[in-house]
Design a protein. Structure first.
Length: 668
């Protein structure tokens, strides 16, 4: 049966014809515009003439008057008489209209270009002791946020950003993310940071610090090195500002440090992120602990002058500060000494490296009476079992994670890598390695974002899971989407099986953290965030550069969460001073604790930093103590196969043997 076609309405046919006509050419569009104008102007002009009592009575006179009114309205002249004269008048009016429109367009375009140039910010910054940030990446948001938070109350400050982007777009992105920046003025300038002429716009020579951020592209590290070389043409080597930079690939680290000069500090973003991912996988909540220590909203590291401490033992000073936790010494013309021996004598001029909620001078008060030696736990070695780890995805940081685990994991540990075949996973990883490995690496081809891939795994067999995101240069806009899919599937598995699976996800966008489905032991590590927080701390206090370099060095100390029964007997009431004294016997410095709360929604985020030494509580075996370890590679008590023990090494020196336990260092 022939289907009867519905009749199209006149409205739709007319609109379709009109749209087809407009799509033809500019001349057609002008014709329609002229027709619309005439269809309104001519009838209205005729109505005015026919209702005017002074209008001519003859039809020709009234038509002439209609012509004159319409021509005056359209600015086409109003000449009457012979048709040729009227045609010339219309032609003259059109030419005048074209000339005037052209002049107006030229003036408007010139003014618009000039205003756009002014908005691009090409004027030179006339400031002193300001902060200069060169480059643009995701790290700029936490960096600028912490620089604003570190500003002393009542002191105005200027932060200048130079990047090859539109300044209005940069300022809008910063104000939208950070909100109102009271007391801080953001000055954005456009230009390539690798160009000395563009660098001169932000006057780096009069700045307090200059920070160089790596771009999110394949040549970002090369751009950092070139920017540092361009800075050398504008800065004095002796009295210039402090220069901070970050590179992603460790292969560019030596060149960047050479280009930065003696007053420069260069951090490695990818290795920092890889170590933080491992620590967060082994100790849930460690990333939030590091954020709390490195941001300016709570306790952070300080360098304090306490002349009264001269002549005292380090252990005595550690028990004489009620609200501060001493972690090391800073002596003149020597690197910092972290977690020194308890009987180390402080010399005149020595400065203390402390963790405190503010930098106010704290008087010495003897808290040794609060120490209960009978509540201290006896030393007892507690070796842990091998670990089984699941790595979802593959990116630039994955080889670093595998390399660290191969040299630091307990013998018999297993790493299962689930990644697509086209992600670049080397089948003979690591190529050319002949020394025995402590880790067995197994690769399973599959899409980590596909639910059937994860449900096909025995997730109960894994101690923890690391979900890696795509590199920004391969997936710039939607780098976190596939990681979110993996986290959603893992969270659904937890709810279905009523089991807790420690999962740490690597994200690029700070907005992704708010929407990530997290379980009780899950966490999110923002790529490059920790490096940005380190930069902000060094910008605020340049003396901390040497402290952080020692804390996060390959053979330096490391932060770790230990079970409380390593230090105090479970079920005993004891002060935090007792915990501090017990940690000193292990060559460790206690700086906080995490109480066990089985009813908390996020129990791993409840870390209390710098409690009072006189604070007393009943300690349980499930409580954890946050300590800074000595980093001497001595055996330690792991947390059930986690990777959070001291002494992580990036290379083996002559005569060194591979460590038999995991290590806790997270920085290069």
């Amino acid at each position: 049966m022939v289907r009867r076609q519905e009749r199209t309405s006149l409205h739709h046919r007319t609109r379709y014809l009109f749209d087809r006509t407009l799509a033809r050419s500019t001349g057609t569009l002008l014709g329609w515009l002229a027709l619309c104008c005439l269809s309104i102007v001519v009838p209205v002009s005729a109505l005015l003439v026919w209702t005017d009592p002074d209008a001519p009575h003859s039809l020709s006179g009234r038509l002439t008057q209609v012509w004159r009114t319409s021509a005056e309205t359209l600015r086409l002249g109003a000449a009457t008489g012979a048709p040729l004269r009227m045609l010339l008048s219309v032609l003259l009016g059109l030419i005048a209209l074209l000339c005037v429109s052209t002049v107006v367009g030229v003036v408007t375009t010139s003014l618009g270009d000039r205003l756009t140039e002014l908005r691009r910010g090409r004027s030179r910054i006339l400031e002193h002791d300001h902060t200069v940030v060169l480059g643009w990446s995701d790290q700029i948001f936490p960096l600028v946020a912490e620089l604003i938070a570190a500003r002393p109350a009542g002191v105005r400050h200027v932060i200048t950003i130079l990047a090859d982007r539109d300044p209005a777009a940069m300022e809008t992105a910063l104000t939208t993310t950070l909100g109102v920046t009271a007391g801080v003025r953001l000055e954005c300038r456009t230009g390539p940071p690798t160009d000395p002429d563009a660098l001169a716009l932000v006057t780096p020579g009069t700045a307090r610090t200059v920070t160089v951020l790596p771009a999110e592209d394949t040549d970002g590290d090369l751009t950092v090195v070139r920017t540092l070389l361009a800075l050398r043409t504008l800065l004095h080597a002796d009295n210039g500002p402090r220069v901070l930079a970050a590179v992603r690939d460790g292969r560019y680290l030596p060149a960047a440090r050479l280009a930065a000069g003696p007053r420069g500090t260069v951090l490695e973003t990818d290795r920092t992120t890889a170590r933080l991912l491992l620590q967060s996988a082994g100790q849930p909540g460690m990333s939030s602990v590091l954020r709390d220590l490195l941001d300016f909203s709570g306790a952070e590291f300080h360098v304090s002058d306490i002349p009264q401490a001269a002549g005292l033992f380090f252990e005595d000073v550690a028990l004489r500060l009620e609200t501060s936790c001493v972690v090391g010494l800073l002596r003149a013309d020597s690197p910092p000494i972290l977690t020194p021996a308890p009987r180390t004598v402080l010399k005149p001029g020595d400065r203390l490296v402390t963790v405190a909620h503010d930098d106010r001078r704290v008087p010495l008060t003897d808290c040794r009476a609060q120490v209960d030696t009978t509540a201290m736990a006896p030393p007892c070695p507690r070796p842990g079992p091998p670990a089984r780890l699941l790595l979802l995805g593959w990116n630039r940081r994955a080889p670093l994670i595998v390399d660290i685990l191969r040299r630091t994991a307990r013998p018999g540990s297993v790493l299962d890598v689930v990644a697509a075949a086209d992600t670049g996973f080397p089948q003979d990883w690591p190529p050319g390695r002949e020394e025995p490995s402590l880790l067995r690496v197994e690769h399973r081809a599959g899409d980590p974002a596909a639910p059937e891939t994860l449900t096909g795994l025995d997730l109960c067999a894994y101690d923890s899971v690391i979900a890696l995101g795509a590199d920004a240069e391969t997936c710039p806009e939607r780098a976190d989407d596939r990681t979110l899919l993996s986290m959603l599937t893992l969270r659904s598995w937890e709810e279905r099986t009523h089991r807790v699976l420690p999962v740490v996800a690597e994200m690029r966008d700070h907005r992704s953290r708010r929407i990530t489905p997290l379980g009780r032991a899950s966490d999110v590590v923002l790529r490059g965030e920790l490096t940005a927080l380190l930069m902000a701390q060094i910008v605020h206090n340049p003396e901390l550069a040497a402290v952080f370099e020692e804390i996060f060095a390959a053979r330096g100390g490391a932060l770790a969460l230990r079970p409380a029964d390593h230090y105090v007997l479970p079920g005993r009431e004891a002060s935090f001073a007792t915990v501090v004294a017990a940690a000193l016997r292990h060559d460790e410095c206690a700086i906080g604790y995490r109480p066990h709360d089985p009813h908390a929604l996020r129990p791993h985020d409840n870390v209390r930093l710098c409690p009072g030494k006189s604070q007393r509580r009943v300690w349980s075996a499930e409580d954890e103590v946050l300590v800074l370890t000595a980093g001497r590679g001595k055996p330690d008590s792991p947390d059930l196969g986690r990777f959070a023990l001291p002494g992580m090494r990036t290379e083996h020196g002559e005569g060194d043997s591979p460590p038999s336990v995991p290590e806790a260092d997270v920085f290069p």
